[in-house]
Design a protein around this ligand. Structure first.
Ligand code: ADP
Length: 329
């Protein structure tokens, strides 16, 4: 077995889409690192900070009073140059200037793809912490931000339902999730949506129109449809267009929840998961468990090699859709 070099100075960054709870993870990484005698640096704006030498020393006070704040104090971004070998070389040279010999990357699958490449090319071990509201990653039951985002969606949809019921309307609410349907599925079930449309399952638009027409005949056309933004049939606007054409008597309205789902104070659950993952990410660097993503499966910390974490998606069990149908009937 090859002896792993001891890590002494680590960098932490947030990359890709922001998610509430990223600050709690940064705080955990910084404070755990300092506790174990490491020097910790914050890298600004994702991989851009590595490329542009925007790297700042962190101490325990730098992360005071942030656990409850949404967004990320390190800012986040997407970096075109990091896709290129030349860009990654430059990033490595900048890290070396500070003597940084380990990285914690808080982000989604794209960020981990970049981290995996970087770790393969240079002798800098990388640990991933899944931070994405989309919950679209294998190797973990939770991603930081999902719980907060889904609770924000539920709160908003509850309010929409009140006005929907008052007016006997048909509402189509679009939630985020990129090409994953978790926010739609969870928020739809939690708000008693009559229909949930997600990219992971084939949408039977004829069956949907049929059920709406039947309801219309019974003069009971109050209906909540929750649709994921990545739904293959189209988003809320496209679905509304078809319904307006085929069920013209329905009083159809659209609401796209948008970026409110990304902001706000992280939920208790997201803060806890982020704190755990941050701690175990640093521990992984210290004990030489390198190039893994720290996840949680069945409420236990679980490590997945970065290359596996980016290859697979968390599947949505078919029983979920059955439950949706039964409970909405
Ligand atoms: P997320 O991490 O939320 O999925 P992105 O997919 O936008 O977000 O990825 C964030 C950043 O990670 C990209 O802007 C880029 O800098 C880096 N990255 C993503 N994929 C790769 C890749 N294949 N090679 C190198 N860097 C990558």
């Amino acid at each position: 077995m090859t002896e792993k070099k001891k890590v002494t100075k680590i960098g932490v960054l947030t990359s890709g889409g922001d998610a509430p709870g990223m600050n709690a993870a940064i705080r955990a990484v910084v404070r755990t690192g300092i506790y174990y005698g490491l020097e910790v640096f914050g890298i600004m704006r994702g991989y851009n900070g590595m490329l542009e030498d925007d790297i700042i020393p962190m101490n325990s006070r730098s992360v005071a009073n942030i656990i409850q704040r949404g967004g990320t104090i390190l800012k986040t971004a997407r970096s075109k140059d990091f896709f290129e070998t030349e860009g990654r070389k430059k990033a490595y040279a900048n890290l070396k200037k500070y003597g940084i010999d380990g990285l914690v990357i808080i982000g989604g699958d794209g960020s981990f793809r970049g981290a995996q490449k970087f770790a393969n090319e240079f002798d800098i071990p990388c640990i991933g912490i899944p931070g994405t509201i989309d919950k679209d990653m294998a190797g973990t039951d939770y991603t930081i931000g999902f719980d907060t985002a889904v609770n924000t969606a539920v709160e908003a949809i509850d309010k929409i339902r009140d006005t929907m019921d008052a007016h006997d309307r048909l509402f189509i609410v679009e939630v985020m999730g990129r090409d994953a349907g978790y926010i739609a599925l969870h928020s739809g079930i939690a708000t008693g949506a009559e229909n949930i449309l997600i990219p992971e399952t084939k949408t039977d638009i004829e069956a949907l129109i049929h059920s709406l027409t039947e309801k219309e005949k019974r003069k009971k056309l109050v209906n909540l449809i929750v649709v994921a933004e990545g739904e293959e049939f189209g988003g809320a606007e496209e679905i509304a267009k078809v319904i307006k054409e085929r069920v013209p008597n329905a009083d159809t309205r659209v609401c796209i929840l948008g970026h409110i789902q990304r902001g706000g104070a992280p939920s208790c659950h997201d803060r806890l998961v982020a704190s755990h993952m941050g701690y175990y990410a640093v521990e992984s660097l210290l004990i030489g468990r390198h190039n893994v993503m720290v996840g949680v499966i069945n409420n236990k910390i679980h490590y997945t090699p970065l290359d596996m974490a980016v290859k697979e998606r968390q599947a949505i069990g078919q029983e979920w859709m059955k439950i949706v149908k039964i409970l909405a009937s």
